[in-house]
Design a protein around this ligand. Structure first.
Ligand code: KIV
Ligand code: ZN
Length: 518
């Protein structure tokens, strides 16, 4: 069965982290990272996963096909523009899923109609043909009039009716440029339900962008007016100011169920894990005061608040940390902690590992505990997030690094990398230790990629804290992000740099020459 529709009190959660989220410059993810995220979204009860835009590149196609094969319960959706070639390619990728969906779209506002140079009638005809074609391939078809919130109402009603008649089962109403406001978002959905024949036979979706900071409010207003699918991303990842944040709408519906009596199928205790994973993979840190998943979201600094919290948690808390999978244990790990304690701690933090994976993490945990007396929750999270760095199958790996730095310039670096199995060494100088170390990498791996971002964060307090480093690079329009953590900031920096270079190699191989974009 591939059909999916919401009941009156249920709101379907459509996650587009891997498509709209990944479109955010620099958020490019590898196949392995996408599979990891998709598996977690499936497990946490996301109804529909938009896994990518199959025609955009070979890499996107492969990712959507592989996710389609692995998904257990989620519907797997791919994006396609309004032409047969895109739709056929999309179907080829999603057809492996137990529950496939084709999502096809075209810009319907005056601003967007000018791009394909179609007049209103020609565009209406194109919508009829492409939705019919998609529906002949798949019985679960979503159609989106891009920039719906700036489309003339009469024309919007006309094209939505055409799409429904052609077989669309979900009609998504995107606020592509983040222009609408809550009352208007609700009015638009209400207007469509009232005016379009057949509106009661399909599910309306809301897809909001956060340019004016109203994406969550706009999505919830659309639900109050009758939409039953929310399109969103983890951490609100997405182009410009991002998309509606999944964690915000899901927790708002749960906490304020008294005034928004709708349920979702999301296991909220997986939210924190998903947030950390997406932040690591995308290289986009979560702002400290971000609703639900920010580091400070449950922190109570002021004396008055702490006093209130000690007396009763609900004085200042409208939800519990455990609701989103944040556990507070005071158990600090160290070099005498055993495998069982590590496993239990990781389960507490939301990571359930198989035996092989646990063995690997245990070795790295011991190495960290040897250098750092006390290993805190945040250290373990950084360790888990670092799992993909310096992986055995990477083409370039860091073997050893020695850096000389101090008041007397120049700073120098001696580096040995293993490149496709063979060891290569270099010696370089630079303006500071990081510059010297990066020059040593460049001496061994020549490239024209431009460094866009170099960012260092201390994981915990104290001078023995681990540093998490993010490196973002751009080459011929392709942007990749590498990351790594270590108690030695320079080692973490070189590993993050090498991690980005490995991703760049994969991107060079995977990107099709005629890459398309939405
Ligand atoms: O924002 C938008 O309009 C989109 C469409 C492709 C649905 O992402
Ligand atoms: Zn979008």
């Amino acid at each position: 069965m591939t059909e999916i529709s919401a009941s009156q009190d249920q709101v379907l959660i459509f996650d587009t982290t891997l498509r709209d989220g990944e479109q955010s410059p620099g958020a490019t993810m590898t196949l392995g990272e996408k599979l990891q995220i998709a598996a977690l979204l499936d497990e946490m009860g996301v109804d529909i996963i938009e896994a990518g835009f199959p025609i955009a590149s070979e890499g996107d196609f492969e990712a959507v096909s592989e996710i389609a094969k692995l998904a257990k319960t989620s519907v797997i959706c791919g994006l396609a523009r309004a032409n047969f070639k895109d739709i056929d390619r999309c179907w080829e990728a999603v057809r492996h899923a137990r529950r496939p969906r084709i999502h096809t779209f075209i810009g319907t506002s005056p601003q967007h109609r000018a791009i394909p140079n179609l007049d209103m009638d020609q565009m209406a005809q194109r919508i009829h043909e492409t939705v019919t074609h998609a529906r002949n391939l798949c019985d679960n078809v979503q159609w989106s009039p891009m920039d719906a919130t700036r489309t003339e109402h009469d024309y919007l009603c006309r094209v939505v009716e055409i799409a429904i008649k052609a077989g669309a089962t979900t009609i998504n109403i995107p606020d592509t440029v983040g222009y609408t406001a809550p009352a208007e978002s609700a009015d638009l959905i209400r207007m469509l339900i009232e005016r379009v024949p057949g509106a009661d036979t399909i599910t309306f979706a809301t897809h909001c962008h956060n340019d004016l900071g109203m994406a969550t409010a706009n999505a919830l207003a659309a639900v109050a007016a009758g939409a039953r699918q929310i399109e969103c991303t983890i951490n609100g990842l997405g182009e410009r100011a991002g998309n509606t944040a999944l964690e915000e709408v899901v927790m708002a519906l749960r906490v304020r169920n008294d005034i928004m009596p709708f349920r979702t199928g999301i296991d909220t205790t997986k939210i924190m894990q998903a947030s950390r994973l997406v932040s690591t993979v995308s290289g986009f840190p979560v702002q400290f005061n971000k609703a639900i998943v920010g580091k400070n979201a449950f922190a109570h600094e002021s004396g008055i608040h702490q006093d209130g919290m000690l007396k009763s948690a609900d004085t200042f808390e409208i939800m519990r940390p455990s609701d989103i999978g944040l556990t507070e244990t005071n158990l600090v790990m160290g070099k005498h902690s055993g495998r069982a304690a590590l496993r239990a701690k990781l389960v507490d933090l939301g990571y359930a590992l198989g035996d092989n994976q646990l063995n690997d993490v245990f070795v790295r945990f011991k190495a960290l505990a040897d250098r750092k007396k006390e290993v805190y929750d945040d250290d373990l999270i950084a360790l888990m997030q670092d799992t993909g760095t310096n992986a055995a199958n990477d083409r370039i790996q860091v073997k050893s690094l020695r850096v000389v730095c101090g008041t007397d310039a120049p700073q120098t670096a001696e580096l040995t990398l293993t490149i496709e199995g063979a060891e290569h060494s270099s010696h370089a100088t630079g303006d500071g230790p990081v510059d010297a170390a990066f020059n040593a990498v460049k001496a061994l791996v020549a490239h024209d990629a431009r460094l866009q971002l170099y960012q260092v964060h201390a994981v915990t307090e104290g001078t023995d804290a681990q540093a998490t480093v993010t490196v973002r690079m751009e080459e011929a329009g392709k942007i990749v992000t590498g990351h790594s953590s270590d108690t030695d900031t320079i080692v973490a920096s070189v590993r993050a740099y090498v991690n980005a270079l490995n991703k760049l190699m994969v991107r060079r191989l995977k990107t099709a020459p005629e890459a398309a974009s939405a």
